[in-house]
Design a protein around this ligand. Structure first.
Ligand code: GLN
Length: 226
């Protein structure tokens, strides 16, 4: 193990290449630091998001603690299982700090279970911990069992270069927009599946598994401009 090894930033399964972690790289004079984007790393598709963010020029780190959350310029809430991630947010004492940072303007890209967690309301009776902040009511597992998972090509407003290749995996959808500042960027069957409320972006699909990095690129571009 070299002296530059930083355990918190080691990604399970990723080969150590001998390069310094992105956050340790030094910048040439006048070079603007790439934004530091965290990926909430309690459960779900963490590694794929870290790789996509790095491919589009961001520095990307896992976030598991409030101290790590305090360092990042933006955050990805990955897909996975929203009930599990919500419970772990409570157990790791991250829920309140995350809500505070979002209230303070933290840019967030939330995908699938992340979109569920970022929603202000859910279309279900059973309670589950939510981060909230995005003024929508969301329905979990909205596409029915027969369509639990499907790949599709989806036109997304503001994403140039033709439809995106995306994977819907037991995906949610937005049932109702609760405020005027929420823009719908894409819909399936008339229901919003990509929405944006200022610096809060949410997509019902998994953009990180198809190699189509354009949503990550658009998000990182807004973080750079924020
Ligand atoms: N169905 C999951 C949930 O309710 C989300 C699925 C996913 O993130 N791929 O949390």
């Amino acid at each position: 193990m070299s002296s530059t090894f930083v355990p918190d930033r080691w990604i399970p399964g990723e080969r150590l290449t001998g390069r310094l972690p992105a956050t340790e790289q030094t910048l040439a004079d006048g070079e603007l630091a790439a934004p530091l984007v965290g990926v909430l790393a309690l459960q779900g598709d963490v590694l794929e998001h870290l790789r996509a963010l790095r491919r589009v020029g961001a520095r990307a780190v896992q976030v598991k603690t409030a101290a790590q959350l305090a360092e990042v310029d933006a955050l990805v809430l990955p897909g996975g299982e929203s009930t599990t991630i919500g419970k772990l947010l409570v157990r790791f004492e991250l829920l309140a700090p995350l809500q505070a940072r979002i209230a303070d303007g933290l840019p967030v890209l939330a995908t699938c279970a992340g979109m569920i967690l970022l929603s202000d309301e859910l279309d279900q009776v059973e309670p589950q911990p939510l981060v909230g902040g995005l003024h929508v009511r969301t329905r979990r597992n909205a596409f029915g069992r027969q369509l639990d998972s499907f790949d599709t090509r989806l036109e997304v407003v503001g994403i140039d270069g033709g439809p995106m290749d995306v994977a819907f995996i037991r995906a949610p959808r937005v049932e109702e927009i609760l405020a005027d500042d929420v823009e719908v960027l894409a819909s399936v069957d008339g229901y919003p599946v990509v929405v944006r409320q200022g610096l809060l972006w949410a997509a019902a699909f998994h953009p990180e598994v198809t190699g189509d990095d354009r949503l990550h690129a658009a998000f990182v571009a807004t973080v750079r401009g924020a």
